[in-house]
Design a protein around this ligand. Structure first.
Ligand code: MV4
Length: 449
């Protein structure tokens, strides 16, 4: 096994990875910016290296500094966590060239899934259902108009380099498509330095269902079930759960097998997530594949009993998957709530500052992934995630009850948080019934509090 792993991240996920290293008997090296000196990931690591000023560009995205930190401390591998450098193909390549194992996919796999047109093409070839639309990037408005007539309006214009909701627009008729085509192209050029766009049929009122997949370097690929991440606001997930409510065992298995085909088709090793849109008729379509550990991985850990971060490290070392060849067994229901330092009264504006009181919930069926403590100051330079509360119980109904008590008894003083908004969702009859789709949060927001 590796003897030392560097964690190129911060916050709760850095702590999560440090714990996984320690359980595997591996020393953990933290890197930190000048704004993170007092962070727990620095305190809990075996060694810590300051890599620069607060801005991410100068610290957590500063590849030469991170590689230097790994070389100075003699780390065998780098775990990127999520966000930051996790899906940066160049970083994966540079780790390789430096003789450091990147805990994640190859640069080629990151590139193939990062370009959404290539990802679509790849999945179509493998036989994974994709949304009706482009087979390649569109070269002109005329081409777009012709294709839209073929698949029928409404359609979506999406940036090939986009993803996660960035760089996409709806067109309900030809006039709108003519306008939207040019603006999406310009926006894509400005945001990603790549103006390629493609077309998809608009799937209305979809659920966001994603499948956790895992591969090893010995040719085995499995899926570990699905997560429903439909409760989102402006493409920020607020609540994620496993299993997805109301899926038939047949549909669940069909989606799982499609995801495995996709991952196996690109010889994927490590943790990955295949995202699907599930329409109200029960048809599902591939939209994206994420080649990293995700924020919401704990709900899958809780329902399968597996440790996905330890598994990532083992697989990166070259070990075969540690779990038996039978399909993963699942127990009960898990729901994750993201608690952010944001003000729901002010359009969810990030609200950094000093946390003077911090009383998180605890007890049976409650897991807390956090880097926050009383006296901690949330820096203004990074995302505003304070904690993930993961509740579990035998049934969805009991998990919801447990969540209500947990969130109501979670006291955070000093900064506004999204706790009250999460509580509101938990009491919404549509959520409780399991009638979740991607429009729930907007409808809740437009209704009086
Ligand atoms: C779509 C769609 C409808 N039709 N594509 C948003 C994030 C990105 N991963 C893909 N997204 C969407 N793609 C087609 N062809 C609707 C969304 C979408 C969405 C998807 C999942 C969860 C929440 C969402 C909220 C708005 C739009």
């Amino acid at each position: 096994m590796f003897s030392k792993v560097l964690i190129a991240n911060r916050g709760e996920i850095a702590l999560r990875i440090i714990r996984a290293c320690h359980e595997l008997g591996i020393e953990a090296v933290a890197v930190f910016s000048e704004a993170d000196r007092d962070s727990l990931h620095v305190r809990f690591a075996d060694e810590a290296v300051c890599i620069g000023p607060p801005s991410v560009a100068e610290s957590y995205l500063n590849i030469p500094r991170i590689i230097a930190a790994a070389e100075i401390t003699g780390a065998d591998a780098i775990h990127p966590g999520y966000g930051l450098l996790a899906e940066n193909a160049e970083f994966s390549e540079i780790c390789d060239a430096s003789g450091i194992t990147f805990v994640g996919p190859t640069a080629a796999q990151i590139r193939a899934m990062g370009d959404k047109v290539v990802a679509r093409e790849t999945m179509m070839e493998i036989g994974v259902p994709t949304v009706p639309g482009s087979e390649k990037a569109l070269n002109s408005v005329r081409e777009a108009l012709r294709l839209a007539d073929e698949i029928a309006y409404p359609v979506m214009v999406k940036a090939a380099a986009g993803g996660g909701g960035k760089g996409m627009r709806i067109a309900r008729d030809a006039g709108e498509l003519e306008r939207v085509f040019g603006s999406t192209r310009m926006e894509a050029q400005a945001a990603f330095g790549d103006s390629s766009v493609y077309l998809e049929k608009l799937i209305e009122r979809p659920r966001h269902i994603e499948i956790q997949v895992f591969g090893d370097t010995h040719g085995r690929v499995v899926h570990l079930g699905e997560r429903d991440c439909s409760v989102q606001r402006r493409h920020q997930k607020l609540i994620e759960e496993a299993p997805a409510y109301g899926l038939s065992p047949e549909l669940r298995e069909e989606m799982g097998q499609a995801a495995v085909r996709g991952a196996a088709g690109i010889e994927y090793a490590g943790a990955g997530t295949v995202e699907f849109l599930l329409d109200p008729t029960g048809a599902f379509y591939f939209i994206e594949m994420n080649t990293r550990i995700q924020v919401e991985h704990p709900v899958t850990e809780v329902t399968t009993g597996l440790d996905l971060v330890k598994e990532q490290i083992r697989v990166a070392f070259g070990a075969p998957l540690s779990f038996p060849p039978e399909p993963a067994s699942h127990r009960g229901h898990a729901i994750e709530f993201r608690v952010n330092a944001e003000d729901p009264e002010r359009d969810f504006m990030p609200a950094p500052g000093r946390i003077d009181v911090f009383h998180p919930p605890a007890g049976p069926g409650i897991r807390l992934d956090t880097h926050v403590y009383a006296g901690y100051t949330v820096p203004r330079y990074y995302d505003s995630l304070l904690a993930k509360v993961i509740v579990s119980a035998a049934t969805r109904r009991e998990a919801i009850d447990r969540a209500r008590h947990s969130l109501d008894n979670f006291v955070v003083g000093g900064v506004p948080t999204t706790l009250s908004f999460l509580s509101r969702i938990l009491r919404d009859p549509r959520f409780v019934k399991g009638a979740v789709d991607t429009s729930l949060v907007d409808r809740l927001m437009s209704e009086a509090a």
